[in-house]
Write a protein that binds this ligand. Structure first.
Ligand code: ADP
Ligand code: MG
Length: 351
């Protein structure tokens, strides 16, 4: 039995992580966008953290999927099951009544109109009376504290798991945008490829992510004496020459080399988006700079590198990882503005 008061809800349905914000409670759920089901019965056996633990380890009888991989809904049914499970968990955690609440869902920019409607239906079936769909960059901009309703343009670069979404926003709408299918997951792949090529070491995706989170960087740090300051971390994998397990000390400089091409793609995307914007707005951005959000936006020194390459001021959002979820939550406060933001989805087209 659910009890308590009805609260509005904001959901960040991300390719890597799903976050749920509940009015007056803040973020009540933050779990990997992963779901596991039994193949023969189609029964859901795990969602979120426990499902992520099963990734890469499940026997043939179990499917463990990331249903939003690559920034599109790659497994429609599983996405809906996962969303249902997360909404349910958030309702229980926040002791909210499962009826007549309003929901804003932030979705990856790659999803289709049909998929948006399906997301809406799932939320309604869970008891929502009004559902608004916001595209992630708009939600990220709001959650990063940007003044999206101002005539003065602002810019957000949201680097998630599957996509990097770059958007220039003014007057509550998206003026220019680019979505690149290259983000955190591809950064991991790049690290795997680098380790193989440089050290003949085959590492798993999780090890690659561990290296990225702990010693990943877009620029190597220098001390006051001008010498490089390097972080190190152990990487365990299989030696491709002997076939045996091996441990190697990896440095942040390795990460710099491994991530260089990926980072360059993000920078190119930023430049391309600025070129698409009307000159007055591009001029605003040179004054306002841009904000980085999403898990990938937290890569060390990525802000500095973008500043160096574009000449613009770059800031990492205070709550980069939570920006989209916070943005969905904040947007619930002003229904008129929310309708405008949701309508902005339809009027712009990603290239
Ligand atoms: P999505 O919106 O697609 O769900 P997120 O914004 O949750 O994605 O970001 C997930 C990605 O961010 C993952 O690839 C993860 O490895 C990466 N990530 C998380 N924290 C960090 C960090 N501190 N440094 C670099 N990458 C990070
Ligand atoms: Mg995201």
């Amino acid at each position: 039995m659910l009890f308590g008061f009805t609260k509005d809800m904001g959901i960040d349905l991300g390719t890597a992580n799903t976050l749920v914000y509940v009015q007056d409670k803040g973020i009540v759920l933050n779990e990997p966008s992963v779901i596991a089901c039994e193949n023969y019965s189609k029964k859901i056996i795990a969602v979120g953290f426990p499902a992520k633990e099963m990734l890469g380890k499940a026997p043939d009888t179990i499917s463990v999927v990331r249903p939003l991989q690559d920034g599109v809904i790659s497994d429609f049914d599983m996405t809906m099951e996962m969303l249902r499970a997360f909404i349910n968990k958030a309702l229980i955690k926040s002791k909210t009544k499962a009826n007549k609440f309003r929901v804003v869902v932030g979705v990856p920019t790659g999803i289709t109109e049909v998929e948006k409607r399906a997301v809406e239906e799932v939320a309604r079936a869970m008891g929502a009376k009004e559902v608004y769909i916001l595209e992630e960059p708009m939600a990220a901009a709001i959650g990063s504290g940007l003044k999206v309703d101002d005539p003065m343009g602002c810019m957000v670069v949201d680097i998630g798991g599957g996509t990097t979404d770059i958007a220039i926003i003014a007057l509550g709408g998206i003026v220019a945008s680019t979505s690149i299918r290259h983000a955190g997951d591809k950064f991991n792949d790049a690290i795997v490829a680098y380790m193989r090529k440089t050290y003949s070491l085959l590492i798993g995706e999780r090890t690659a992510e561990d290296l990225k989170l702990n010693i990943g960087c877009a620029m190597v740090e220098h001390g006051e004496d001008g010498r490089e300051v390097l972080d190190t971390r152990e990487a365990r994998g299989r030696d491709l020459v002997t076939g045996l397990p091996k441990v190697i000390q990896v440095t942040s400089k390795d990460m710099y080399f491994a991530l260089k091409e990926s980072v360059d793609l993000v920078v190119d995307g930023i430049k391309a988006t600025l070129e698409k914007a009307p000159p007055e707005i591009a001029a605003d951005i040179t004054i306002n700079g841009l904000v980085l959000s999403g898990g990938g936006g937290m890569i060390k020194n990525l802000d500095k590198l973008i500043e160096e390459q574009t000449g613009m001021k770059v800031e990492v959002a205070e709550n980069a990882f939570e920006a989209v979820a916070l943005g969905t939550g904040i947007s619930l406060k002003n229904t008129e503005a929310l309708k405008r933001y949701a309508a902005a989805n339809i009027h712009h087209k990603y290239k």
